[in-house]
Design a protein around this ligand. Structure first.
Ligand code: SF4
Length: 375
């Protein structure tokens, strides 16, 4: 019987994100590990490997596809209401014990994670996305950096069809991979999991490459939003939250920060679930650090106005939400507050086109959808 690793080893082609070192090893630049790979070696991600002096990288399959409201990614300042056609491959460069996508991300590390690859082509995926009315196509579910060549192939096709493109990523990047992605990726969500290097090492990474990636994403003009899953006892100390949010504000106070509620998952089931009061306290730390757009997620209806977008100048409510559902939309066609005309940072359509879905669904389960109307 073919193992998953054997099947994936066949689903590859030559990669583009590497150098040949003087001693003949290949240095992969797809993520912050920058693995030096001798012939026959496989990277930390377990999906990129050196075969006879060529870097082989994942190609021609997906681990899963789903249609999500863009609010689920979450992007709150990019094309609100858009349907985001979301695909992932398999594998990850980290191994977070609380991963909510562990079936795909840990498919090659954990025998309990069974996610067979499904053959796919950029053309068929983009056709499917357009058929369903998606405005955005997103590489997500596993870590997209480690499968960047495939994402770019899909995004080239997507751009030709008029779609916006995005990454939902742990942010463990390199200057080389960001340069490679810049022409093809519009939106970039970074999961900033902690502000403590010791915590990152528990998850299999380091803090500094992630901070460097965040600075570069902003400087290079990607539209970036940052998410922190608030895990009681792991990353929720007032000191850590202050340092984390002050860092984001130092990059730009206009970067939206989403602090979201943890619930026990995968191997991390000991910490208590995050409460609405914990989210509110973290959000307050973000505001005190100078962030202008702070959101609390994963507890719909329980966090007061922290699901809504407000004008940073006059506090007018600009977008009202309940979970992923948009209940009111008031941003002007030129991206301003209707009351005081302050520009709202983000990527806005000239008009709000309604919302195709406020819940995820499988692409095969529905044909083209009717628009949901604001309630
Ligand atoms: S993607 Fe990251 S983990 Fe995988 S081979 Fe490249 S540098 Fe190593």
């Amino acid at each position: 019987m073919t193992t998953l690793a054997e099947a994936l080893a066949r689903g590859t082609r030559d990669g583009e994100l590497y150098d040949v070192l003087p001693d003949g090893r290949l240095r992969c630049y797809a993520c912050g590990h920058c693995c030096p790979l001798p012939d026959g070696a496989i990277g930390v991600c377990k999906v990129r490997f050196n075969e006879g002096g060529r870097l082989r990288v994942p190609w021609g399959y997906v681990g899963g596809v789903q249609c999500d409201p863009i609010e689920k990614k979450p992007f709150f300042h990019a094309y609100p209401g858009a349907l985001a056609y979301s695909f992932g491959m398999l594998g990850c460069d980290l191994h977070c014990g609380y991963c909510q996508n562990w079936v795909t991300s840990q498919a090659l590390r954990d025998p309990a994670a069974i996610a067979p690859p499904i053959q796919a082509s950029p053309e068929s995926m983009v056709r499917d996305a357009v058929r369903l009315g998606a405005r955005v196509i997103v590489s997500t579910y596993n870590e997209p950096l480690i499968t960047s060549e495939w994402a770019v192939a899909v995004f080239k096709e997507a751009r030709a069809a008029g779609l916006v493109t995005g990454f939902v990523s742990n942010g463990n990047g390199t200057p080389q991979v960001l340069e490679y992605l810049r022409p093809w990726v519009d939106l970039y969500k970074v999961d900033l999991k902690s502000f403590d290097d010791r915590h990152y090492r528990q998850l299999g990474g380091r803090l500094e490459p992630i901070l460097d990636t965040i600075r570069r994403l902003h400087a290079m003009g990607f539209w970036m939003e940052i998410v922190t899953l608030l895990i009681p006892g792991f990353n929720d100390s007032p000191d850590e939250l202050t340092r984390l949010t002050e860092f984001i504000a130092s990059v730009s106070p206009d970067v939206p920060w989403h602090v979201t509620a943890f619930h026990g998952d995968y191997k991390m089931t000991d910490p208590q679930n995050t409460t609405a009061a914990m989210l509110a306290a973290a959000a307050e730390a973000g505001r005190a650090a100078g962030l202008r757009h702070v959101y609390a997620g994963n507890l719909p209806g329980a966090v007061g106005t922290l699901e809504n977008t407000h004008c940073a100048a006059c506090r007018e409510t600009l977008i009202a939400r309940f979970g992923y559902q948009i209940r009111d939309y008031r941003i002007t066609p030129d991206g301003r507050c209707p009351k005081c005309a302050t520009l709202v940072p983000g990527r806005w359509s000239t008009q709000f086109d309604g919302q195709l879905a406020s819940r995820p669904f499988a692409p095969g389960s529905r044909s083209r959808l009717p628009l949901l109307h604001l309630s």
